[in-house]
Write a new protein. Structure first.
Length: 551
């Protein structure tokens, strides 16, 4: 038995699944997702298999129906789940794909319990929050662990301790901690504000937040303190003492210039070692951080600045195009450049100001989106980019706009449009997909998730990927209208990527241009720190080349 145990401890691949819960207190937006991702990153660098899941306390079944003003970007997993943007962080930090099981909302928990009640699963019992809702939460927490694929399952509980809607999740965590013993651990993230008037850091909100957690029966094992300023050791000791946490389990997470520095900052304070020790696991050697550190080195030593304009209607929101921003940042780093990302509001571009707004750009991305707000500005921007031959990348709605702009201004189809914007257009170059015509429900009903795409050899995209079959993620209802394909090809816009099963057009490009490509899919979702997306890399290289010709 002892030998077996020793073997399992020495071989990370055979350990029993461990569960780490990450909760947050004081205020929202502290970066639980970044802390969870950083911890996962460190454990992976130690050879463990790790996954992260997020529980969101809102009642929507998934964030697919949410306006970006509510929760920022909607991320999409390979299996077609519309997910919280934190899953994007998880993938970018861990280089491991997530699925539907990695993001569960209160709505989904209730839906499942109510479905079971209708099926008679509860055998005449009164269905209640405890035990039925909490059991359903626990089942979902363990679902990933039970696959046998992971040594660690990190579960981030959305919201802030003290919210009414988080209570069932916290109760499930409390129960799991008892059931799992040493195999469960709670990391609590709080905020230590600096009061500029008093010139002091304040620990009281953290104490209150931990008390709130204790009131629902959870004693945190580890505290991570978010702060603008360095928290002195004696203050951290005081927090440890007031919160019943060992002094070596209080960490600080000071604001850093890049989120990708957080794993290193956590490792320097031995967060990974603390987690292993507390879970009864041996702490051996150092995590293998070389590739990550190499990325950081390149990020920090880059000197050349490349300016990319992002044209969209949500540009004033920091998180609305999160994955695009990060994919661009990664491609800048891998090209040893700094990214100067300029947000350009599509509602504010017109023929008069387009020159002024775009003339400094080394490349332009036209963003995805829904509905007609800001659409005409996208056409103006695309016409200018095409005529000035600057590297241009259209993503999803951005690609559809490329097609419409080309039809109107090159092919003479002046009223061409997408039926999303004008159902009566005489030239519906973008039209509703056949399988969408009978769809009335809004949630989870688009063409979602990863599909294969066959690329034309020698096209810009095929050269970028270095292969002709790729798989990328989708989120749309409308498509390139195949009956116009010949006309576009003859007029010079080529369809260079198609779905091998359905023949749907997935990629268009204008071959004579420097770099003018539109993808119906979203390559930004698959771009990670250690595996940047090839098409973003290629676009960025084109932007550098264009920048160099401007000198
Ligand atoms: N609104 C377009 C469609 O549904 C594009 C969607 C998007 O950009 N994600 O097809």
């Amino acid at each position: 038995m002892l030998l077996e145990l020793e073997f399992s401890f020495n071989n990370p691949l055979t350990v029993e699944t461990k569960y780490i819960f990450v909760t947050g207190g004081v205020v929202s937006s502290l970066g639980k997702g970044i802390i969870s991702s950083s911890l996962a990153n460190l454990l992976i660098a130690r050879g463990f298999k790790v996954t992260i899941q997020k529980f969101d306390p809102y009642i929507n079944i998934d964030p697919g129906t949410l306006n970006p003003y509510e929760h920022g970007e909607c991320y999409v997993t390979v299996d077609g789940h519309e997910a919280d943007l934190d899953l994007g962080h998880y993938e970018r930090f861990t280089n491991i794909q997530t699925t539907r099981a990695n993001n569960v909302t209160t709505g989904r928990i209730y839906q499942s319990v109510i479905d079971k009640e209708r099926q008679g699963v509860y055998l005449g019992k009164t269905v209640q929050i405890i035990p039925h809702i909490t059991d359903e939460i626990k089942r979902n927490v363990k679902a990933l662990g039970n696959t046998g694929k992971f040594d660690f399952v990190i579960t981030e509980i959305g919201g802030t301790v003290g919210d009414i809607e988080s209570l069932p999740f916290l109760e499930a965590v409390r129960q799991l901690r008892w059931e799992l013993g040493m195999n469960a651990l709670c990391v609590h993230l709080t905020y230590v504000p600096y009061l500029h008037a008093a010139k002091e850091l304040k620990t009281k909100p953290t104490q209150h937040s931990v008390k709130k957690l204790q009131e629902v029966g959870i004693q945190p094992d580890i505290l991570v303190l978010r702060t603008e300023k360095d928290i002195p050791v004696n203050m951290r000791r005081k927090i440890a003492q007031f919160c019943n946490v060992s002094p070596d389990a209080v960490f600080q997470s000071v604001d850093l210039p890049s989120i990708y520095r957080v794993p290193i900052a956590m490792h320097q304070q031995h967060l990974d070692e603390c987690v292993l020790r507390k879970m009864g696991m041996p702490v051996e050697g150092e995590p293998h951080m070389e590739p990550w550190c190499k990325f950081l080195e390149r990020m920090e030593s880059a000197t050349k600045t490349i300016t990319i304009g992002l044209v969209g209607k949500y540009v004033e929101l920091q998180d609305a195009y999160k994955s695009i921003n990060e994919a661009l940042f990664q491609s800048a780093t891998y090209n040893d450049c700094r990214l100067n990302l300029v947000s350009i509001h599509s509602e504010k571009i017109n023929d008069e100001n387009v020159d002024e707004l775009l003339k400094e750009m080394d490349g332009v991305i036209v963003a995805p989106g829904f509905g007609s707000r800001g659409i005409e500005g996208k056409f103006v921007a695309l016409k200018w980019c095409r005529e000035h031959d600057i590297p241009t990348f259209g993503i999803c709605l951005g690609m559809q706009c490329m097609v419409i702009e080309y039809a109107r201004n090159v092919m003479g189809l002046t009223l061409a449009n997408s039926t999303e914007m004008d159902p009566n257009t005489p030239d519906n170059v973008i039209d509703l997909m056949e399988e969408q015509k009978s769809v009335t429900d809004k949630g989870g009903t688009m063409r979602l998730g990863a599909y294969e795409c066959q690329l034309t050899p020698e096209s810009t995209v095929a050269k970028a990927y270095g292969k002709t079959i790729v798989s990328e993620r989708h989120r749309h209802r409308f498509e390139f209208n195949d009956s116009y394909r010949e006309d576009f090809e003859q007029a010079g816009m080529k369809c260079v990527g198609t779905n091998p099963q359905t023949q749907l057009v997935e990629v268009v490009e204008i071959p004579g241009k420097r770099w003018y490509v539109g993808t119906q899919y979203h390559p930004e979702y698959s771009s990670t720190v250690l595996s940047p997306n090839p098409i973003f890399l290629s676009f960025f290289r084109a932007a550098i080349e264009y920048h160099d010709t401007q000198k």
